[in-house]
Design a protein around this ligand. Structure first.
Ligand code: SF4
Length: 492
């Protein structure tokens, strides 16, 4: 029987689901990797770099491809006398290869292992993650004195001076990690056996999304025009329905549906006829004019780059504001701060100007309110006008949720799901460059990066403006539809 080698990530995949491990090794082409994975990878990379800066004496063991060389270099450093810090130290034992984020050796030769995570708190899955590494390091003949987890300190305030001391919190997890050691030989044996066999017969279940979304969901989950998982707030009940043989919502008997919203979605999906309740009309008629349609784009950094900001703080850099008059006349203000300096102050001043003084300000989530409140706290001198905007906010999403459903929305009231059912020509899929918020953040980071060529910056700028404008136009179309039951001609 062929003996397969394992790595930490393979062991974690195998513990999540044996089939996932098997497919990763034998059928990697079936994996679907979305953009959020790439963003998470980039964040992890930045966090790793920041962690290394905390140990300026550290030596990086490179050779990502040449693992034999990485193993030799690690050993060569460890036999040297005196203290040292290694990044990406490589160890192999029992057919398992691991690389350690940070490994420190003190003057007496005792070793400390530090695993760096970009999360803001320890998570249960981190114990096994670190246990695999620590177990391999010790099986390779090196006793660990300390085993720590370093994660992001959400309260860290960056002063803009390049000093990131305090960005990480280090927690001793020796006990939890060592408690897993007795299980490790059995885990490794079992996963090697799985790899040498046939595709494991594993039923889909919670493990498909926990602790991480599996890249083979598209391969394993049954295909359906209206998948049952799209029932709002279905949670773990989805597995009962799937186990009962119901993959498509239209096959599910009404008595198996629980909440009122689910019953509504089920009824409309089965009938194929969208429904617009009359209360939306009354609520919108009360709003009056002028109406402002406002949407923000934000960016956040695990490792802050601007002074007076914290890790993962949502920082607004762009907005679009459409203003609709009673006679249907429409105007648009757009703002995009793109010189790489902190955008928050200019953003706050511009939004105050764009949002005028009277009339409802329609947004499509509670997010804009959160951002306005954060700006008011950041700039006390602007608190009054920012709070005045907040007081005028109307959440159009909440109203849509109560009043409108179309089978094509697939259980979602996001603006991207609602819009194609009302104004198909404005579907976000028609946008060429940016179609969702994650891509907008990524484009913005590219836009402000010093090395981006001028021509490409112009393309990114246009794409961002087009995307944000689409959001507020979409809201306008949705509001008009809810109020009039049909679309109204726009006039600019
Ligand atoms: S989708 Fe679910 S069942 Fe399929 S490999 Fe992934 S975790 Fe396993």
């Amino acid at each position: 029987m062929r003996e397969y080698r394992l790595s930490k990530s393979k062991i974690l995949s195998g513990r999540q689901c044996p089939k996932r491990l098997y497919l990763e090794v034998h059928r990697p082409e079936l994996a679907e990797l979305d953009e959020s994975r790439e963003a998470a990878f980039t964040t992890g990379h930045k966090v790793g770099e920041a962690a290394r800066r905390q140990f300026p004496e550290g030596v990086l063991i490179e050779h990502q491809e040449n693992l034999g060389q990485a193993l030799r270099e690690t050993e060569a450093h460890l036999v040297c006398k005196g203290s040292l810090t290694l990044f990406e130290a490589a160890f192999r034992a029992e057919g398992v290869l691991v690389r350690c984020d940070v490994l420190r050796k003190n003057k007496t030769g005792k070793l400390s292992l530090i695993e760096i995570k970009s999360s803001t708190e320890p998570k249960p899955e981190h114990d096994l993650d670190v246990a695999v590494q620590a177990w391999v390091v010790e099986r390779a003949g090196h006793q660990l004195r300390e085993i720590q987890l370093g994660y992001i300190n959400r309260d860290f305030l960056y002063r803009g001076d390049g000093d990131y001391a305090g960005l990480f919190v280090y927690q001793d997890i020796r006990q939890a990690v060592r408690a897993l050691f007795p299980e490790m030989p059995g885990i490794v044996r079992e996963l090697k056996r799985i790899l040498a066999g046939r595709t494991p017969n594993i039923a889909i279940g919670k493990q498909c999304f926990e602790p991480y979304e599996c890249p083979f969901v598209h391969h394993c989950w049954p295909r359906a025009d209206y998948p049952v998982i799209n029932l709002p707030r279905i949670g773990d009940k989805v597995y009962e329905l799937l186990a009962g043989g119901y993959a498509d919502l239209r096959e599910v008997p009404p008595e198996r549906i629980r909440t009122d919203v689910q019953k509504w979605v089920h009824r409309i999906t089965c009938s194929g006829k969208p429904e617009l309740k009359p209360d939306a009309r009354a609520a919108l008629e009360e709003l009056g004019y002028p109406r402002y349609y406002l949407d923000f784009e934000t960016v956040s950094f695990a490792v802050p780059i601007w002074a007076e900001t914290r890790p993962y703080e949502a920082l607004p850099f762009q907005f679009s504001c459409h203003v609709e008059q009673q006679d249907g006349h429409l105007s648009n203000t757009e703002f995009l701060h793109d010189d790489g300096t902190p955008p928050m102050r200019a953003f706050a001043e511009a939004v105050i100007k764009a949002a005028g003084r009277r009339g409802p300000v329609l947004v499509y989530s509670p997010y804009e309110k959160r951002i306005l409140n954060a700006l008011a706290e950041r700039f006390p001198d602007l608190k009054k006008p920012l709070s005045a905007i907040t007081a005028r906010l109307v959440d159009l999403c909440a109203l849509t949720r109560k009043s409108y459903y179309h089978p094509a929305m697939q259980g979602s009231w996001s603006i991207k799901s609602v819009l194609p059912t009302i104004a198909p020509e404005l579907d976000y899929q028609n946008l060429e460059e940016i179609r969702e918020g994650g891509a907008a953040s990524a484009a913005y980071l590219e836009l402000i990066a010093g090395e981006t060529a001028a021509e490409h910056r112009q393309t990114l700028r246009q794409a961002l403006l087009q995307y944000c404008e689409r959001d507020t136009l979409a809201m306008l179309e949705v509001a008009r539809f809810l109020q009039h039951g049909k679309r109204r001609k726009r006039s600019a």
